[in-house]
Design a protein around this ligand. Structure first.
Ligand SMILES: NC(=O)c1ccc[n+]([C@@H]2O[C@H](COP(=O)([O-])OP(=O)(O)OC[C@H]3O[C@@H](n4cnc5c(N)ncnc54)[C@H](OP(=O)(O)O)[C@@H]3O)[C@@H](O)[C@H]2O)c1
Length: 321
């Protein structure tokens, strides 16, 4: 198994080569399978999802994950479960695994736990949840026990301290749970660029296994604050809000895809936005949220073929602004 040190040395090579080559040429991942010329949103997913390594363990995870804020907050609504079952089926059939949730996303943990258990998917998914909105060790411990029950699992793959709330106490608890084997990996999250300087300080002092941040074609602060540090310290990066909670689609409404999209096998704006998010060598996984099977298939297609090179990134920024 590759160590954190192995990753750091290969990461330096990757960082040096980044300005010159698309991420598909990156030395720490297998060469991606060729993408179809135009992976339009409507055809079924085919191909092999690209994987990247979690530096702390050397474990490889697929680059396309799934968020659950909003889309899984459906309470007892039976009719809304059918499309979500299909979203999960397509996700797992494609070989994707990372799903991010939180105890404070109303019913999302319950719904996710139920649907994953019904489909027998627990062994195939990498479950990430959070210690969220709690204060003090006791509250954090109680919330974690509740998450295990709601998610119908005995172990969480990644436990993250949400939005820098009560950070030191909750992170110490997460590390304790990791030592007890109840949690495999620990992390910190935020969703606003204004918090990234403070987040960076915590990365230096706490050295979590993962950091989750917002990053998109219009929110690029992480390039300065988080990505270089994550490479330096060997921290995996999970990206939220790659679609700015869906707002990016309004900005390109009615615009034709750029001609160069076909060069990276992208057949939709969603695929370009996700490939953008994954273009930095430090990005490990992106977690778009959807409640629609068709959009799930679309998003999965971003995880095949090349990501964007420096010129393509600039062109996408110009197309959106
Ligand atoms: N502090 C934190 O830690 C934090 C904060 C925010 C978010 N998160 C995590 O990050 C995840 C993602 O962030 P997010 O949910 O805010 O937003 P997002 O992934 O940027 O955007 C989700 C929106 O995009 C739409 N969408 C998805 N795929 C699409 C496609 N292929 N074509 C067109 N529209 C598409 C969805 O609508 P449809 O359902 O109609 O597809 C939904 O409205 C969250 O679910 C959560 O797990 C964490």
């Amino acid at each position: 198994m590759a160590s954190r040190r192995d990753f750091l040395s290969s990461g330096a090579i990757v960082a040096a080569g980044f300005a010159l080559a698309p991420i598909s040429a990156c030395s720490r991942e297998a060469a991606p399978a060729a993408a179809p010329a135009a992976a339009s949103a409507d055809t079924p997913f085919s191909g092999t999802l690209l994987k990247r390594k979690i530096p702390a363990t050397g474990e490889s995870i697929p680059v396309i994950g799934l968020g659950t804020s909003g889309n899984f907050e459906i309470g007892d609504d039976a009719a809304a479960r059918a499309p979500l079952r299909e979203v999960l089926k397509r996700f797992a059939d494609a070989g994707a695994s990372v799903i991010d949730t939180a105890p404070t996303y109303s019913s999302a943990e319950d719904v996710l736990g139920e649907l994953v258990a019904d489909a027998g998917l627990r062994p195939k998914v990498f479950l990430a949840t959070k210690l969220s909105g709690v204060s003090g060790r006791e509250q954090g411990q109680a919330q974690f026990e509740q998450s295990l029950r709601r998610l119908r699992t005995e172990r969480i793959d990644l436990l993250q301290v949400h939005n820098l709330g009560d950070t030191r106490t909750q992170f110490a608890l997460a590390r304790e749970l990791q030592q007890q084997g109840k949690v495999r990996l620990v992390g910190l999250t935020h969703y606003r660029e204004q918090a990234q300087e403070e987040l960076a300080q915590y990365l230096r002092s706490l050295k979590p296994d993962f950091v989750q941040i917002n990053y998109s074609v219009v929110s690029r602060g992480a390039e300065r604050t988080i990505f270089p540090l994550a490479r330096e310290l060997g921290i995996a990066v999970m990206i939220n809000r790659a679609f700015e909670d869906g707002r990016l689609f309004a900005q390109v409404k009615g615009k034709a895809l750029p001609a160069w999209a076909a060069e990276v096998g992208a057949g939709s704006w969603a695929q370009l936005f996700l490939k953008f998010a994954l273009s930095d060598p430090a990005a490990t996984v992106v977690i778009p949220a959807t409640s629609k099977p068709k959009n799930q298939t679309d998003n999965l297609k971003a995880g095949v073929g090349a990501m964007l090179d420096a010129k393509q990134r600039e062109a996408l920024i110009a197309a959106v602004e």
